[in-house]
Design a binder for this molecule. Structure first.
Ligand code: HEM
Length: 146
């Protein structure tokens, strides 16, 4: 079960990343180009939210079964175990909250420009966090370049 979930969690990150990039591009184009908030924008935001939450659920399950998640005492002295036991989960949970809040606030906004602007800001901050904690750091740790 651990291997299957780890592979799913690892592979799904690229889909999440793809939809995050599309959502950001569309949000900025809509905000700066003063465009109407269209059905496609809503669907992309929904797909993004679904992948994000799926990643969160799989991540939480992994947290309880991963051999790389150690007790805080053990994890603190080792950068590899500290990352998987604390930093990764916290950073990704925060990014998931940002994507969720961004989606809810954008949906509730009264004008199309604010809908796009809200998405652009929240998704971009989440993107930076996921790029670091969900893509760059895992690649560095996996290949032990440092
Ligand atoms: C945006 C959300 C997330 C992304 C992009 C992401 C990305 C990743 C990646 C790339 C890996 C490495 C997979 C591999 O070694 O092949 C991983 C593993 C893991 N993630 Fe996440 N993750 C996310 C959310 C979470 C959350 C919310 C938690 C827990 C609260 C979590 C806990 C874990 C754990 C425990 C592992 C396994 C480490 C191991 O056993 O080597 N992840 N994640």
């Amino acid at each position: 079960m651990y291997n299957g979930l780890l592979h799913a969690h690892s592979g799904l990150r690229w889909l999440l990343f793809l939809f995050l990039i599309i959502a950001i591009i569309k949000a900025f184009a809509g905000w700066l180009g003063k465009k109407e908030y269209q059905k496609a924008d809503n669907i992309i935001a929904l797909i993004l939210l679904s992948f994000t939450h799926l990643m969160g659920v799989i991540g939480i399950v992994l947290y309880f079964i991963s051999p790389n998640v150690k007790s805080m005492k053990e994890a603190m002295s080792d950068a590899f175990f500290r990352f998987w036991s604390m930093e990764h989960g916290l950073l990704m949970l925060f990014a998931i909250v940002l994507i969720t809040v961004g989606r809810v606030k954008s949906k509730k906004a009264t004008t199309d420009i604010i809908k796009h602007k809200t998405g652009a800001i929240f998704y971009t901050i989440a993107f930076i966090m996921i790029l670091w904690g969900g893509v760059i750091q895992p690649i560095i740790l996996k290949h032990s370049w440092f």
